[in-house]
Design a binder for this molecule. Structure first.
Ligand code: XIL
Length: 521
């Protein structure tokens, strides 16, 4: 059976500090928040109700999760939920080079073996992760090694690992996060880049293919879910490597999203499609969704989070080139998002006590291809059909026919002040999750960051801002900016305005089709 046959047959924003303060205040004012947080969990699946694994199989997509070896050993509920809900596993740390090879001539297979054995017992596929990454690489690798020494180490590691798991691991992330468009070269600083230059990417794939002709080989990358400088660079890199016959079978879009920093559905789908059109299998490889930039109670955060999961999963389900979605963990009890300290977030689909969150329902809905139902647009004159009515801008504001789009666009000369609509409080007072989206275009070459935020005023006249969506725009194309926000006010503010603005002071910003819509429960 061919490799592809196998696949088929498997059938931060400005205003953060004041916002944190506001959150703390609202938590104090709302002493029953813990109770609130408890309410919004899904009822346990009843007898006969389908789990995610079954629904994914029916949709013809893989559904996976990252797995932590310690949790798997120590926590029987973790193992039980893992076996029941997922058909694919990515070891969260156990198959990274550093953890696998603590010294130059020893291997620590215990954790990786435990995960592989568990997966085999439960008929789950495995994606090994990752041969080459600038983080969690062995401490004994160094930039003072010669090219030959590093090459030999890489060869030995790839061969040893592939040989151990031959026929048992379906796919490997061969190279992880090699692109960093903030550097001069466009490549992430690493010992590999230092010693071998960017050709280490190609070399790693060729070594892996030579060592195992059957396993699927993936490139995995962070922050390339939507179109933009980084995903363009990665796309060109993949294209160039494939053109030269480098054996890459697939690409993983990590998708560590936040409900306010989120790829618009159209954008994510178009991006998946262009990678698939290169002949790559596309995989959503590390999905989780942070919520902490949202104010309000646990319920509304969790309902907004549900939509994030639903949309990413449904983007994959709607695109034939996307083989499946892997979540970066499944219970808020164990999530890397909380490793760095700070206020704990809850980015996953089961809560700390393994109760299904609304996000679980989001994955289920996404697997059935359902998109969230949206209510009426709460923004007045969002399509600018009535000219500038309901909008204000510092500097010049002009309404014109949107170039390359139907309808009108509002163009502001002072991009940093942006475009503002006040008076949204009555429409938003009910709270609940909202979907925000607009099309934006920057009339300049180069890159600009576009942000949408809600400016919330309390009765002392103090204002706080809440990021709703953000996007890096490049070139003069229309791009959709989107995000989800959960609102719940305690105490009730005295005014809310929407502001859309950009970072490039000397270029005009055009905006079209602005929508802020409540999500149907
Ligand atoms: C993370 C793990 O989840 C953490 O436990 C570990 O401390 C650091 O790495 N992108 C990746 C993953 O490709 O390997 C990372 O996993 C998360 C970001």
């Amino acid at each position: 059976m061919t490799k592809r046959g196998n696949v088929a047959s498997r059938r931060a924003s400005r205003g953060l500090a004041p916002l944190a303060l506001w959150l703390a205040l609202s938590a104090l004012a709302c002493s029953d928040r813990k109770e609130d947080d408890r309410k919004e969990t899904e009822p346990e699946a009843g007898a006969g109700e389908l789990n995610l694994r079954q629904v994914a199989a029916a949709a013809g997509k893989l559904l996976g999760t990252a797995v932590d070896a310690d949790a798997l050993r120590a926590d029987p509920t973790y193992a039980e939920v893992l076996a029941r809900e997922f058909d694919t596993i990515t070891p969260e740390n156990a198959t990274k080079w550093g953890p696998l090879a603590p010294t130059e001539d020893s291997y620590a297979w215990e954790d990786a073996d435990a995960i592989v054995e568990f997966a085999e017992e439960h008929s789950q596929a495995i994606k090994g992760h990752a041969f080459v990454w600038h983080r969690q690489a062995p401490s004994w690798l160094s930039s003072s090694m010669s090219a030959d020494e590093l090459r030999a180490a890489l060869k030995s590691h790839i061969e040893t690992t592939l040989a151990r798991y031959k026929g048992r691991v379906r796919a490997w992330d061969v190279v992880n996060e090699a692109v960093d468009v903030t550097t001069e070269s466009g490549y992430t600083a690493s010992v590999f880049l230092d010693v071998l230059g960017p050709s280490y990417i190609e070399e790693a794939f060729r070594l892996a293919r030579a060592a195992d002709p059957d396993v699927l080989l993936f490139y995995n990358e962070v922050g390339i879910e939507r179109m933009g400088a980084k995903s363009d660079f990665t796309y060109e890199l993949m294209k160039e490597l494939l053109d030269r016959g480098v054996p890459i079978d697939g690409i993983g879009l990590q998708s560590h999203v936040s409900t306010h920093r989120y790829p618009a559905l159209s954008d994510l789908r178009a991006n998946i499609r262009r990678f698939a059109d290169l002949g790559l299998i596309v995989n959503i490889s590390e999905l989780d969704a942070r919520t902490l930039l949202m104010p309000g109670d646990g319920d509304s955060r969790r309902r907004a989070q549900r939509i994030a999961f639903q949309q990413v999963v449904s983007a994959c389900v709607s695109e034939p080139g996307c083989e499946g979605v892997t979540l970066w963990g499944f219970t808020d009890r164990y999530t890397w998002i909380n490793d760095e300290g700070g206020e704990p977030d809850e980015p996953l689909i089961f809560d700390r006590d393994y109760r299904r969150k609304p996000a679980y329902r989001g994955v289920l809905d996404g697997l059935s291809g359902a998109l969230p139902a949206l209510g009426d647009n709460l923004v007045s004159n969002g399509d600018f059909a009535a000219g500038t009515e309901a909008w204000a801008a510092a500097g010049e504001l002009s309404i014109r026919a949107a170039m390359d789009r139907s309808g009108a666009a509002a163009c502001v000369s002072d991009q940093e002040a942006g475009l503002v609509q006040e008076g949204l409080l009555p429409a938003l007072a009910q709270g609940g999750p909202f979907s925000f989206a607009a099309f934006v275009r920057v009339e300049a070459a180069g890159e600009a960051t576009i942000d949408a935020e809600l400016v919330v005023e309390d009765d002392t006249g103090e204002t706080r801002t809440l990021s709703v969506a953000t996007l890096t725009a490049q070139g003069q194309e229309w791009r959709e900016i989107a995000g989800y926000v959960g609102l719940g006010f305690e105490p009730m503010p005295s005014g809310i305005a929407l502001r859309i603005f950009g970072s490039s002071a000397d270029a005009e910003l055009c905006i079209a089709d602005v929508r802020l819509q409540p999500l149907a429960p």
